[in-house]
Design a protein around this ligand. Structure first.
Ligand code: ADP
Ligand code: MG
Length: 680
């Protein structure tokens, strides 16, 4: 068996189980052994029968004293076995598993683990896990037992035994890749030991050693790569040599004065332009903080010095919007913007390519896909990417390796606590636009349950009559089996027919063709649609100042950072705006999270609170930030390990930056594999 083999080569894994594993994101043998336990039960010490504690889990060793009984009661089939040791006895009871009657041998000694209760004056252990006591290693009892995140029809017991047998079959393939020197220096156990003990810890100590090693390993792969990318960018001199720093003309063309926060960030960017190395900067700024204006000025400086700027947006719609706002300003300044979008006709595209190649275009705006295709630039000086979290380390690296070695500026509105940003964007310098432009109205945020629908719809009707427009966000496109979530298509029909027959209601979501999506968004921007029902496709950057209400259905389904982004779609004009979060969730944490939204308008505060409440893991799914998903390390809990890792990576980098020494070859391979995990 090889690590890269598909899971169906594993014993006891047929077509059915393969499907189940796939559902869990497990496709290969390696995926299986890297499916680390989500929790553990300590069943390492046994109790005697007279030490059983009621109403808690007990792990008891005993002998089956007579053939287990099978009988029916109501709709249950019950197997009952009497278990003895020298000190007393108890009954083990299973429901609807009649076959168990024959898997217990009379006179055999077993370990039983399950919850004990007192029934008919007898101690019973309900549905215990059990294993024969003997030569075979115990997997589900009598030890620290792993608990896996699983799916229905794949029991913990089966999971454990499959993992165990796979570990044994591939044991010789689990290779060390952290160089010996580093392993010794930082007291890390060997990889094979770590992988075995993370699944089946021999003791507490071995578990901690295993976890420490695996967390270190994961963060180390990440950090080492980020350092390389950063080094790669820093090392190279940038060809875009800027001499003319005059920004007055463009400042005068903007319809507003820059805020101090915008000025500061602009200064940082311009001073990057002054030195000989390529800029590599993340510009963070809350929704509406005015990142676009800063980007425009940077692009202006480039154009003034004879260099082209590329602006990359995550969607065609957003690219179109940027094109419009850039064009408005740059036309006045005698500079040319070109839009490259998926919707262009062949001839239009050819003309655009031509004007880029000939250097007639100063600013080129489009999606990543379009821009990275085969465009030949004339004199590329600056690459700006908007909404960076959809744009990963790999792409950053690819860009940096492009011939021209341009300056790179990435903009994001996703609020990331500083420590975390330093890790995720270890390869970038960071600027923050930390204040909003003056005169912004506060967006009133309400949290309600579905008993408020009548009032909400009435309110929405009044807003539309005042000339405003409405966003309604649903968590899914199509109805789920349970039907507990609002689905865009169904809900739109209902709103059209039953609730707002006199208004224009339309929907848009990711499954529509680009042309149609663009059409709908345009219609909404022109004010021809009153209510736009959508998934989070509109989360990023859309600017329709006339929209005044953001209604989010099943709001508990969204991350707070995401809700904050959604809320940022309203309150962009002069009208008072509202965000209404609807949720019937009874879950305490969910309700608490909604309350945070009603209380704070600060993206950073919101994301930190969300973090505390939700715990790490799902929040900031690292994937969102273009970094591979972490399987074991936790960027919050393991911050101390991270600091050590940063030191270790820096030492390694100083010694062998591109891992060309023999001792580092395996590590280099592993880093590639780690970043290939990123499937987007
Ligand atoms: P984001 O940072 O979310 O991309 P934008 O760049 O889209 O924000 O700016 C949001 C709105 O604020 C735009 O309508 C823009 O014209 C306006 N704006 C930007 N900077 C200022 C400023 N200094 N004063 C007033 N309005 C501004
Ligand atoms: Mg923006």
């Amino acid at each position: 068996m090889r690590l890269e083999d598909s899971v169906n080569v594993v014993k006891k894994v047929g077509a059915e189980r393969t499907k189940k594993f796939n559902k869990l994101g497990i496709f290969t043998v390696l995926d299986l052994i890297e499916h680390f336990p989500r929790d553990y039960n300590d069943r390492s010490s046994f109790r005697k029968t007279d030490e059983i504690v009621l109403n808690e889990e007990n792990c008891v060793k005993g002998v089956v004293s007579c053939k287990p009984e099978l009988f029916s009661k109501g709709k249950f089939q019950i197997v009952k076995a009497k278990i003895n040791d020298n000190n007393g006895s108890f009954e083990a009871v299973w429901f609807n598993q009649p076959y168990l009657r024959n898997s217990l041998k009379v006179g055999g000694e077993y370990i039983f683990t399950g919850k004990a209760v007192l029934r008919y004056n007898t101690i019973q252990i309900e549905s215990p896990d059990f294993e024969a006591w003997g030569d075979k290693e115990l997997l589900s009892t009598g030890r620290i037992v792993p608990v896996y995140s699983s799916t229905s029809g794949l029991s913990q017991k089966v999971f454990r035994s499959i993992i165990k047998s796979v570990l044994e079959s591939v044991s010789s393939e689990i290779e060390e890749f952290i160089p010996e020197k580093i392993r010794k220096k930082y007291g890390l156990c060997e990889r094979k030991f770590a992988v075995f003990n993370i699944h089946f810890p021999e003791s507490d100590e071995s578990f901690f050693a295993a976890r420490k090693r695996l967390v270190f390993e994961e963060l180390f792969l990440l950090q080492t790569k980020l350092l390389q990318v950063k080094g790669f960018m820093k090392k190279k001199e940038c060809g875009a040599c800027v001499e003319n720093f005059d920004v007055l003309p463009i400042k005068n063309s903007l319809p507003f004065m820059l805020t101090d926060a915008q000025e500061n960030v602009l200064m940082e960017i311009l001073s990057d332009f002054k030195c000989n190395f390529a800029m590599n900067r993340l510009v963070q700024g809350d929704v509406g903080s005015g990142k676009t204006a800063v980007a425009m000025i940077a692009a202006y400086v480039m154009a003034n010095n004879g260099f082209q700027t590329v602006v990359m947006a995550p969607t065609d719609v957003l690219a179109g919007q940027h094109f419009e706002s850039f064009s408005k300003i740059f036309v006045k300044l005698g500079m040319k913007c070109v839009l490259l979008s998926g919707g262009l006709k062949k001839s239009e595209k050819r003309r655009a390519y031509e004007s880029i190649e000939l250097g007639n275009a100063d600013i080129i705006i489009g999606t990543h896909a379009v821009i990275q295709d085969a465009v030949k630039y004339n004199n590329l000086g600056l690459v700006i990417t908007d909404e960076q979290h959809r744009f990963g380390v790999r792409q950053r690296e690819a860009l940096a390796k492009k011939g021209d070695n341009p300056h790179v500026m990435v903009m994001t509105a996703t609020p990331i606590p500083r420590t975390l940003a330093l890790i995720l964007y270890g390869d970038l310098d960071i600027s923050v636009i930390d204040k909003l432009p003056p005169g912004r109205q506060k967006i009133d945020t309400l949290f309600v349950d579905s008993s408020y629908y009548e009032r909400i719809f009435c309110f929405i009707g009044k807003e539309i009559d005042k000339g405003r427009q409405i966003y309604i966000i649903c968590p899914t496109i199509e109805e789920t089996e349970k039907g507990d979530l609002k689905a865009v298509e169904k809900y739109t029909e209902k709103l059209k027919e039953d609730v707002f027959p006199n208004y224009r209601v339309e929907c848009v979501h990711g499954k529509f063709k680009t042309d149609y999506k663009n059409y709908i968004m345009e219609e909404f921007a022109l004010g021809n649609i009153d209510i736009l029902v959508s998934t989070t496709v509109i989360e990023v950057g859309i600017n329709v100042p006339n929209a005044s209400v953001m209604l989010v259905e099943n709001a508990e389904r969204f991350g707070l950072a995401q809700l904050h982004q959604l809320r940022g779609r309203v309150g962009r004009g002069s009208e008072k705006s509202y965000c209404i979060l609807v949720s019937d969730s009874k879950n305490k944490v969910a309700r608490e999270r909604m309350k945070i939204m009603t209380k704070s308008a600060d993206g950073f505060v919101i994301s930190e609170k969300d973090l505390n409440l939700r715990g790490p893991g799902d929040f900031f799914g690292t994937r969102q930030h273009g970094v591979p998903e972490l399987k074991i390390a936790n960027l919050y809990k393991d911050i101390d390990v991270l600091r050590i890792v940063q030191k270790a990576s820096a030492e390694l980098y100083a010694d062998d930056p591109f891992l060309q020494k023999d001792e580092n070859k395996k590590l280099a391979q592993e880093i590639e594999r780690f970043f290939n995990r990123q499937s987007e």
